[in-house]
Design a protein around this ligand. Structure first.
Ligand SMILES: [Cu+2]
Length: 171
């Protein structure tokens, strides 16, 4: 009986495994909706996304990203220039304004896994380290969503972005 009761209690948490279930606090920052997009076998790059809210009076910056599943990581901006979707590393990092929030999402800001050592598999948690100028290094996980998933912030450019990512980072 006790086991059955525990199972019943646990079930809602198990099924609440959505991307918003997990929240990370670091200094004045709160990280939510932490997710990554699954990659097909052989893909060299992948994208990670989240919302970062700054409750403090000082701006902070996401300056570095690393993960054991990739050789390197970069903080990227994606936008349309002259009708072409391009992306580039943010040399000074990504600013999180004081009392503001920034959402990393497909088609916009993202963290980029470069030279993946293994595919990102949907349903798994991908370990990452995010380094902020003020809040310091934050170790957490991204919940991997299916290939092409638009994620919690929407977007319909899933497959296009995957193609661009591969082109952008293949020598
Ligand atoms: Cu990128």
């Amino acid at each position: 009986m006790r086991f059955a009761l525990l199972a019943a209690l646990a079930a809602p948490f198990l099924f609440a495994g959505s991307v918003s279930a997990h929240e990370v606090k670091a200094g004045t920052l709160v990280l939510t909706d932490l997710w990554a997009r699954a990659t097909p076998p052989g893909a060299v790059a992948g994208g990670g996304f989240m919302t970062i809210t700054n409750t403090g009076d000082q701006p902070d910056r996401l300056v570095m990203f690393a993960s054991p599943v990739a050789e390197t990581g970069e903080v990227h901006e994606m936008k349309v220039e002259d009708g072409v979707m391009t992306m580039r590393p943010l040399a000074d990092g990504l600013e999180i304004p004081a009392h503001g929030s920034v959402t990393l999402a497909p088609g916009g800001y993202h963290i980029m896994f470069i030279n993946l050592k293994e595919p990102i598999v949907a349903g798994t948690d991908v370990p990452v380290t995010l380094t902020f100028e003020n809040a310091g290094a934050v170790d957490t996980v991204l919940h991997a969503q299916p290939i092409g998933a638009p994620g919690p912030a929407g977007g319909h450019d899933g497959m296009d972005m995957g193609g661009d990512m591969n082109k952008g980072h293949t020598q």
